[in-house]
Design a protein around this ligand. Structure first.
Ligand code: H79
Length: 452
């Protein structure tokens, strides 16, 4: 009898230990697995537009954390009554994204402040309660479809406005005793269902998962819930608790989420785990007057470094309170688009590597072509580490002249023109005799640049 009990206890312990082991870093459970076709399709797009927008633009403060900090709560929560962006045009926004060479678009359907940019059945704190009364999300989703842009929605799990959400922020005086996270999760799931079924969102970009109100169980449950509604959805890793800081990658694959989310930085080189860097074109996510804008050089190099690291870039704009995107931002986006119209082959549909990015270069490849993005100009020859087992059939400036290439002392030497062809990013193409996908990622020493 005792023996049987002991055996049962041992058996249970073994099962428990096994579960812990699998959970602790092994394979993600089968129902948390990414739809690989949807993933590949999205990765090939490489460049998208992020949009942060809402009634807070009436004050020009940050959408994420000004409620109760820069703007008193009572005032903030009434801003929607004045929100009337009469110059909003979905056609214009999507056209700007297209002209920038962006292939997908993700908009804040609801940020931490709880306001909903769509006609939600589950709250009156939404766009239909503003004087504007037009369903921004619906117009955008339809326009994206019309113009062939993949449509996605940002949705903040943290909701500092909702009475049932169990974390308060910005000195919000409402007692949390009356809040109920289970009720809030019902609200959240209902809204997510609307985004999926009524707006056809392709990407669910969650945020605000770091608060104590959210946990791993809820994260996995939400992931499963959304995927069971539509299998080809992509869901970022902020659905669950796996993310580590702004570096953005999940710490173990026991956590749900199809891609990592580095924020305000280019992700670290990683060609095994999918990721997308979200970065603002100015400094603030939501619009503010006279915000400092990034130069064309910064934008292009950020895109090239992201692609070179194996990731997507989600570049954020914050439209103004009247519904327009600032003209100077439109101009900048169009300049990026002009660069991509010429050199897009080195970004879209490529993979990161095989040379790992450095301060002055990034590298992408597709098939048997390697694209070297140069941000600084070597004197004379560009020297790169040897690619053992490969022949280099040709070297040339992308869309430009042929270059002499040779092998010197175990290095690849490309003779460059005297000056950069494109000051922001000159792309050199090396054509190999075989596909580059078998080459293991290679480090490029920083000091290789100035060698003559
Ligand atoms: O939607 C964008 C941001 O609004 C959101 N994530 C991206 C995609 C975000 N919300 N919070 N955070 C990012 C982290 C921000 C933390 C800080 Fe702060 C903001 C640190 C300093 C300013 C809030 C205010 C926390 C401390 C002070």
């Amino acid at each position: 009898m005792k023996k049987t009990v002991l055996l049962v206890v041992l058996f249970l312990f073994a099962r428990f230990a096994q579960a812990q082991f699998i959970g602790g870093g092994g394979e993600a459970s089968p129902d948390l697995k990414t739809n690989l076709k949807a993933l590949k399709n999205w990765q090939n797009l490489r460049f998208g537009m992020f949009i942060h927008w809402g009634p807070v633009t009436l004050r020009g403060t940050e959408i994420g954390w000004s409620r109760g900090r820069e703007v008193p709560i009572e005032e903030y929560d009434k801003l929607y009554k004045e929100f009337n962006p009469v110059l909003f045009s979905a056609k214009e926004w999507v056209s700007v994204a297209k002209a920038a060479g962006m292939k997908y678009l993700i908009i804040t359907s609801k940020h931490h402040d709880g306001f909903c940019l769509w006609d939600s059945k589950y709250t009156d704190y939404d766009i239909l309660s503003t004087p504007f009364k037009r369903d921004v999300l619906k117009e955008l989703a339809e326009e994206c479809r019309r113009q062939g842009i993949l449509f996605g929605t940002y949705y903040s799990i943290a909701d500092w406005h909702h009475p049932d959400y169990t974390t308060r922020y910005g000195g919000d005086p409402r007692p949390i005793e009356q809040s109920d996270m289970n009720r809030y999760v019902v609200y959240l799931k209902n809204q997510v269902k609307e985004l999926i079924e009524r707006y056809g969102t392709n990407i669910l970009w969650f945020d605000g998962e770091w608060e104590d109100a959210w946990d791993h169980q809820k994260g996995m449950d939400l992931y499963r819930y959304a995927r069971q509604l539509r299998d080809d959805l992509l869901i970022n890793n902020r659905v669950d608790k796996g993310r580590k800081g702004m570096q953005g990658m999940s710490t173990s694959n026991k956590f749900a989420g199809d891609f990592g989310t580095p924020e305000q930085r280019v992700g670290t080189f990683d060609v095994d785990r999918p990721w997308e860097s979200c970065i603002t074109i100015c400094r603030q996510w939501a619009w503010k007057p006279n915000d400092r804008m990034k130069s064309l050089r910064q934008c292009i190099q950020t895109l090239a470094k992201t692609a070179g690291g194996g990731g997507n870039l989600l570049l954020n704009v914050g439209p103004m309170l009247d519904g327009r995107i600032e003209q100077r931002q439109i101009d900048r986006l169009k300049e990026i688009g002009q660069w991509l119209a010429r050199y897009g082959e080195s970004i879209y549909g490529t993979q990161g590597g095989p040379f790992k990015p450095t301060e002055w270069m990034a590298c992408t490849y597709k098939g048997n072509k390697i694209f070297i993005h140069l941000f600084a100009w070597p004197e004379g020859e560009l020297l790169l580490p040897e690619l053992k087992g490969y022949r280099i059939l040709s070297a040339q400036v992308l869309q430009g002249q042929r270059l002499k290439v040779s092998r010197q002392n175990g290095k690849i030497a490309v003779r460059l023109p005297a000056a950069p062809v494109d000051e922001n990013d000159t792309v050199i193409v090396l054509e190999l005799d075989k596909e580059a996908s078998d080459i293991r990622p290679l480090d490029v020493p920083e000091n290789i640049l100035r060698v003559n």
